[in-house]
Design a protein around this ligand. Sequence first.
Ligand code: RIB
Length: 303
Amino acid sequence: MILVFGSINADFFLSVKSLPRPGETVLCPSYTFYPGGKGANQAVAAARLGAEVMFAGSVGKDPYGVQVLKSLRDVGINLNRVNSKGTSTGTAFVVVEEDGENQIVVASGANLETCSNQIKDSDLSLCTYIVLQLEVPVKEIEDIIFRAKAAGCKIILNYAPANVIQPTAIECCDYLIMNEIEANSLFGQKKGVEEYAIKFSERFDAECIITLGPKGSLLATREGLYKIDALKIEAIDTVGAGDMFVGAFSAGLFKGECSTNSLKRATIASGLACKFEGAQPSSVTPQLVESQLHRLPSPRKIV
Ligand code: RIB
């Protein structure tokens, strides 16, 4: 089972000609609602790609809570570890400009009430892949990482959005996934992306992926450093592409693929996701991903 412990939000998408600068007001005709939240997006991606998924998170007792959970229920995700608290459901305001660049502000709401004790010890076993991001309280994430490690789970940490987390918790993780900005923040000073990947892999004894948007991504393992290109596509919306990547990578591991094969499928899935609006596009299916494998060379060892 893949157990996702993380955020779930109501996303409000606003399409603008150009992103507002500090102090500036910009207008757009309307907004579009989509289910979102990094945790929920990753859970939906993994479930759509054929994994058995359980989600642990929190929603408010408001109409948005019902709507965002429906998206998870519709793809068969087990919601027995979801709390429905009195506060408002997490809300994200996603502003996307014409060339695809975006800004996101999240009002965390019920996500702040997510607790590690929502997960029972019986959920954590050698067969569990636990997937985490940093949109719920870090103390709870650290706690669940330590429990998951003790239970022998495989731990996948998406270091997004960047936040301070105990190095001893990161050391428990088997896979670290982050983009260049997040890597920079974790490292504490600006370095080359290859250096980030190799250093994190050695320092935390984990496989480390640095995603590079249209430039593909890097994977550092004990065997060496691998590079994969991005899928060539006309992107209309990159919001959630990173979540599709994490969900698809986790689903690949869950289905028994090695990390380089999982990386290739995740790269294809996240590329395809950029062709659809919203962070949980329903159109990226296992069949579509398999049909595109020929379009992308496999990861190549560069160091
Ligand atoms: O990664 C994209 C997600 O970040 C959005 O769905 C939004 O809810 C924020 O959590």
